[in-house]
Write a protein that binds this ligand. Sequence first.
Ligand code: MG
Length: 277
Amino acid sequence: MKVLNPDKDPSKFFESLEKSRNRALLLDYDGTLAPFVVKRDRAFPYPEVPAVLKDIIQEGGTRLVIITGRGLDDIIPLLGLERTPEIWGSHGGERLFQDGTYQRAPLPTDTSHGLESVVRWMEKMGWNDHVERKPLGVAIHWRGTEPPKVKAIQDGLLKVLPNFTAGMGLSIRAFDGGLELRPPEISKGEAVETILAEMGGQAVAAYLGDDLTDEDAFSAVKTCTSRGIGVLVREQLRDTKADLWLCPPEELLDFLRLWQKTAASSRKVRPQQERRR
Ligand SMILES: [Mg+2]
């Protein structure tokens, strides 16, 4: 673990976590809980991650939320959890509550037409294998692709995307290994803001993520609560608004286990303290 922001001491963060019953553990999926693989439907979590998440959920006292760019139908089979936690899919455009209630942001007709134009153009170019259609957007992936083909896709998109997206209510966002088109108002930062507002703004909260699309969420977790930290999870450090850097999987697992242990010790200590009063 490396501290990137000296104002956010991890020991103090875990001390606050132990004292609080208002905890939020907000987790990105790909690249954070699961290593990248070329076949996206085989991107399972690091082996010990589901067990630790299960322990944290069972322990109670933590609002554990997965916030992912994937569509909800895509993420649930990969998680390997018996009890599905709260999940925000499609960068926050879809929401599955713990009681099973599902919400989805509307997709305006123009925006939908813009997305269709991009998909049809990719098909015409013979690049449909690189297209991922999502409930509220389209992702174009080139991870694991030969560099000349990546360049051809990028150069082609550079020419046609302005025509397909102008006036269609679409933003183009880069991520590690591709780009995504979706409505501009949908972001992981917005999802984090909503969750923390629901918790009263004083939660002890951590957001763990790896990608450029997580930067909004790193900012939001600190803006919305003074006891929030952003945690970058990736093998190589990069410029980031996060406060800590963890190299997966070992440092990630250490962080999650410490969270679980801290939540458990808080539960054991509290009744004794209360009896002494
Ligand atoms: Mg990610």
